[in-house]
Design a protein around this ligand. Structure first.
Ligand SMILES: C[S@@+](CC[C@H](N)C(=O)[O-])C[C@H]1O[C@@H](n2cnc3c(N)ncnc32)[C@H](O)[C@@H]1O
Length: 307
């Protein structure tokens, strides 16, 4: 990766600033702090009133994109904006999805559910809120950080993938293992511009790439609707793919196991119990944190493990 250079004069002229360094003061250091967001927006407003130029993240990024020489990073070191600029330069951005595109993806999801209810496991893709929680264990890329290998199991239409990609650095690699051919086709098309995202069309149990190399694993498999035999093989396989300290994040819908048990026959209940026991044995052997996300249909519990 080439180190960005500063183009102070150009920055000054485009954004009407007294000194190039000033631009960093128009962006909050911590995007979640309301006081910082309000302060920087107030600065933008007064700058706009004085000069007629509105300084925003979008205008800065499109300015960076316009010309290779517009490299401004030393100004933004350690700020989230720096990461965005590097990502923009490396063409690592995820395309914004229109409402129509999102609707088409949800419709495809529903069709796949109708055809393969057991493996798809849900009638609609996960929500943005669930996606945000499940990727939390993957730190955002920082300059000079070691290369990471990330595995996503069951990406579907890529709701979690979009969020993982936002955390990737140019050196990191993301592997997507998806069982459904139609989803694989969609994912290949959606991420074809990203050289470090790879789609594998197969069951995770047959996946043998990069054994012992993954640093983070995100799994969306609906294990409760799988066979006991699959679940019995699944956890040891995950262990083979990871190395000590790998994070495994997964989710399950809350209340559904309890509701499901009411409708099962005696034989099915035995099988289901074997799955729950298998999961419980794994969960109790590995330290985990859990977080309930109500803003998802159905509401879900996210589990974060360290292997
Ligand atoms: C509950 S959906 C989650 C999809 C997406 N991650 C989301 O949250 O919207 C489960 C996904 O796992 C995939 N899947 C099921 N069994 C699989 C297997 N053995 N190996 C890989 N993917 C599998 C399904 O095709 C489906 O896309």
């Amino acid at each position: 990766m080439t180190m960005p250079r500063v183009s102070s004069e150009c920055l000054k002229t485009t954004f009407q600033l007294g000194a190039a360094e000033e631009i960093a003061t128009y962006f909050p250091k911590h995007k979640r702090k309301i006081s910082e967001i309000a302060e920087t927006n107030f600065r933008r407003l007064s700058h706009w009133l004085q000069t007629g130029v509105w300084i925003s993240e979008r205008s800065l990024l499109s300015w960076v994109r316009k010309d290779e020489c517009h490299r401004v990073s030393p100004l933004f070191k350690k700020r989230h904006l720096y990461r965005k600029i590097v990502r923009c330069e490396e063409h690592m951005e995820v395309e914004h999805r229109s409402i129509l595109q999102k609707f088409t993806e949800s419709a495809r999801f529903l069709v796949r559910f109708i055809l393969r209810a057991k493996t798809v496991g849900s009638i609609i893709p996960s929500s943005h809120f669930l996606a945000r929680e499940i990727v939390r264990q993957i730190p955002k890329h920082s300059l000079g950080a070691p290369k990471r290998y990330i595995l996503e199991i069951g990406p579907g239409t890529g709701v979690f993938t979009d969020k993982i990609i936002k955390r990737l650095g140019p050196e990191d690699e993301l592997d997507l293992v998806e069982f459904d051919a139609s989803f694989c086709e969609l994912l290949r098309e959606k991420y074809k511009h990203l050289k470090n995202v790879h789609v594998y069309h197969m069951s995770i149990l047959d996946y043998q790439e990069r054994l012992g190399e993954y640093t983070h694993i995100v799994s969306a498999l609906p294990l409760n609707s799988f066979t006991p035999d699959f679940v019995h093989k699944y956890f040891p396989h995950i262990q083979r793919l990871s190395k000590p300290g790998t994070t495994l994040s997964s989710f399950e819908y809350i209340f559904l196991p309890e509701i499901k048990q009411i409708y099962l026959s005696e034989d099915e209940r035995e099988k289901f119990k074997a799955i729950l026991d298998e999961k419980e044995a794994f969960y109790s052997a590995h330290h985990h944190l859990s977080h309930i996300v109500f803003r998802n249909f159905p509401p879900a519990k996210v589990l974060h493990h360290v292997l």
